[in-house]
Design a protein around this ligand. Structure first.
Ligand code: ATP
Ligand code: MG
Ligand code: MG
Ligand code: MG
Length: 468
């Protein structure tokens, strides 16, 4: 009998309750007091004030299941087995209470005792200089040294600018050759889906000062993040996060609505997975109060929804369909997130309105793009001007255009696109007779990329460029 996603969530939270953690509800996807962050992207993000000492936590040990959005992963969605733009992150946190030894031991205990994961399939990474973590894994846990892989700063050290930071240790599961890339040098850290990273243990033990010194924190913290969908993939032994119980529910419905079969055509499968992913994000974003717009969070929502709608076209949908699909997301998730059920009608209405609005320009935009591609005459880069036209006249977010071009092996001149945005901004400014730069602080175009780029990324060491 395979564990369902809801059961895994519950097991995790109750496990940490047995270790005297206080269970807190997921915070909203909209950060409460944090201007540096567009959307919550990790379990620790809403708890930041407890880590910095700005606020006193209700208990020194806390456990949560946090809704997260990571748009920087958007281009990987549907292509890797393990990335979604929306996912749930389980975590246990210590605010100056327990530290490395407990965090490692409990993670191991949960995996091997509570979930009964086979030990011989588990691997860990540590930060190259973290001998303390090595000793705990090797001596206390008894993990063979070959399965403790030392990694560099980029992968296993968490820091954002100055302040609290520290090494981390990640737990991986070897899913076996059938999920791998088959290359002879395929090993942990390979970008394929064989060794799947599912848990990140962050040991916040330093405070980085302005001279770049790492000073030892008197009271170090623990922050961990375990991907619920990834753990479900492992426990259910399915190919990817879209095939786990709660998400498959949506995927199957999309297939039945579109009259397509999953697993028959790799290109269609990508579209099916993209829609499955994006509608989840959209449903949760709307339930947390985000509305489609041309800036900030609203633009993230719009991008996801429009990208989903366009993949619907690839599957043969003739009109709006996403609001219907959101019903399936709500069915699978309302027990854990009652707000979904409470706002069901509202969520569907918002999605429907935005879908209909986009529907009006989508077909024409697609034709226009075909025209542009013909005019490119075999060159591989669409001009910024053309991409801007698609954005401005047809409502195509840049990543939608990029996505479409990529299917033809083509790309877009992104710098020139941004220049076009700037130019548009200046024109609008002149037209308004507004010469004061001040008034432009709220400008939608500058805001949209600035906001997205300054997104606080938690311990996700961003290796993908943020996209508009
Ligand atoms: P990856 O290297 O696979 O992109 P990450 O190192 O960026 O993951 P962390 O920032 O360490 O991820 O987040 C902690 C955990 O959250 C990960 O170990 C994983 O289980 C989960 N997670 C991260 N990003 C995603 C995503 N886009 N979709 C689903 N789960 C995710
Ligand atoms: Mg990683
Ligand atoms: Mg990680
Ligand atoms: Mg990542």
């Amino acid at each position: 009998e395979k564990l369902g996603l809801n059961e895994i969530r519950e097991k995790f939270l109750s496990f940490f309750e047995t270790k005297e953690h206080l269970r807190l509800k997921s915070a909203s996807l909209i950060p409460e007091k944090d201007k540096s962050l567009l959307l919550i992207n990790s379990g620790m993000a809403p708890l930041k004030p407890y880590f910095t000492g700005q606020e006193v936590p209700p208990k020194k040990r806390v456990t949560t299941c946090q809704k997260c959005i990571r748009t920087p992963d958007i281009e990987r969605v549907g292509k890797t087995a393990r990335h979604g733009t929306f996912f749930e992150m389980l975590g246990n946190f210590s605010f100056g209470d327990y530290f490395k030894s407990e965090a490692i031991s409990w993670a191991w205990e949960f995996c091997t005792q509570w979930l009964k994961m086979p030990e011989e399939r588990l691997w860990v990474t540590i930060y190259q200089d973290d001998d303390e973590a090595f000793e705990i894994w090797n001596k206390k846990i008894g993990l063979a040294s070959e399965r403790i892989v030392r990694m560099g700063k980029e992968d296993n050290f968490w820091e954002i600018g100055l302040g609290p930071c520290g090494p981390c240790s990640e737990i991986y599961f070897d899913r076996g050759e059938k999920y791998g890339c088959g290359k002879p040098d395929c090993k942990i850290g390979c970008d394929c889906d064989r060794y799947i990273e599912f848990w990140n243990l962050v040991f916040t033990q330093f405070d980085k000062d302005e001279e770049g010194n790492y000073n030892k924190l008197a009271k170090p913290n623990i922050d961990t993040g375990m991907g619920l969908e990834r753990m479900s993939v492992i426990m259910q032994d399915v190919y990817n996060i879209f095939e786990i119980d709660t998400i498959r529910h949506t995927l199957d419905y999309i297939c039945s609505l579109a009259g397509v079969e999953y697993g028959k055509d790799p290109t269609k499968d990508v579209s099916i997975r993209v829609i499955t992913d994006h509608i989840r994000s959209v449903t949760f974003l709307v339930s947390d109060g985000v509305l489609p717009s041309n800036e900030g969070r609203g633009y993230v929502l719009r991008r996801l929804l429009r990208r989903g709608a366009r993949h619907g076209k690839l599957l043969g949908f003739k009109g709006p369909f996403l609001s219907m699909v959101s019903k399936k997301v709500i069915e699978a998730y309302h027990q854990a997130y009652p707000e979904l059920k409470e706002k069901e009608k509202y969520i569907q209405n918002i999605i429907k309105i935005e879908e209909e609005r986009f529907e009006e320009t989508l077909e024409q935009g697609l034709e226009k793009l075909q025209e542009y591609i013909k005019l490119m005459n075999g060159t591989d880069t669409l001009s910024g001007e053309a991409a801007f036209k698609l954005y401005d006249t047809y409502g195509f977010p840049l990543d939608l255009t990029k996505d479409m071009l990529e299917e033809h092996g083509l790309k877009v001149d992104e710098e020139a696109f941004i220049e076009e945005m700037e130019r548009q901004r200046k024109r609008a400014r002149t037209a308004r007779g507004d010469n004061e730069a001040e008034g432009w602080k709220e400008d939608i175009y500058s805001k949209l990329d600035k906001n997205i780029k300054t997104t606080f990324v938690g311990y996700d060491n961003l290796s993908y460029p943020s996209i508009i």
